[in-house]
Design a binder for this molecule. Sequence first.
Ligand code: AMP
Ligand code: MN
Ligand code: MN
Length: 328
Amino acid sequence: MKLNRKEMAELIKNMSGKILITTHKNPDGDAVGSSLGWFNFLKKLRKEVKIIYRDRIPFFFDFLPGIENVEVSEEIKEQFDWVIITDVSDPERTGFSEIPAERSVVIDHHITAEPFTDYAIVEPEISSTCELSYHIMKLIDESLIDLSVATPVYTGIMTDTGGFNYSNTSPETHVVAAELLKIGVDPYKVYTNIFERNRINKLKLLELVLKTLAFELKEKVAHITLFRKFLEETEAYPEEAEGFINYPRSIAGVEVAVFFKEIEENHWKVSMRSKGRVIVAEVAKAFGGGGHKMAAGFEKEGNLEEIKKELFKALEEALEKAYYESYS
Ligand code: AMP
Ligand code: MN
Ligand code: MN
């Protein structure tokens, strides 16, 4: 059942019993920020709450208040009364094959979100799950939004908007950010903790990945590739490749940037970023993934060359459609 902000606020306010909070695998700033923000908020609301992720938390989120409460586990054994899943558009993205909970709730902002829980709020136009969560929290009890809630919430808004630069940034996003700063969030502290603690291994990995830069479709598509052997060679963590896709996207004339990441042998994670014309969420959806208009992804088993061939064909069609629409 789809709920509006007020109905979701009422639902969460009245939740009783054991509540589990989780998010998507390979958690990003919005995933960690929204789930941890809710965890800290629900603690203040005196709820019995646990927070469990499928995947390890990237080290650059270690400054977030309450992060030590996050459990990382391959499966969830305990039975819960409720599960709140944040920043997730389909059940596989949680990384868990099963979540034992009586009732389930999703708070999300993906355009490709398909209903898979008992209750859901999905706002595809909003910058981030964190921004949406903030509005719902305010409707529950504004006085409970202290620094332990505001800091993770600000973090997710900052990372999902690329530092308030992407087209998902609205006037309202800045209003929310201003309110969070008034609560005491230190933007420089958040920024430096996430972006200015790079390990040399990351830069070495970037060097290897940038050497793979190549173009397709009259240089409208730029792509880079991360082979697993690069991680072994540089001893970098996979999450240190976050943001690498901004380099091919930044090239003049490029419409779509693609990042192929080898997860296991013949298992690839493909990320896409659009400069505006191509709706990459549609392309990703055709490959079983999802996302947003300008940022989307999917996972696929198979040989890299075959995946590339199939994807570039789909992108060729998407580019033709985009150009046709912009001139008609
Ligand atoms: P990423 O390229 O991993 O930074 O993801 C960009 C966007 O696409 C995010 O909003 C993700 O939630 C979404 N996305 C990435 N991979 C998948 C996937 N396998 N299935 C659904 N959505 C995805
Ligand atoms: Mn996310
Ligand atoms: Mn998000």
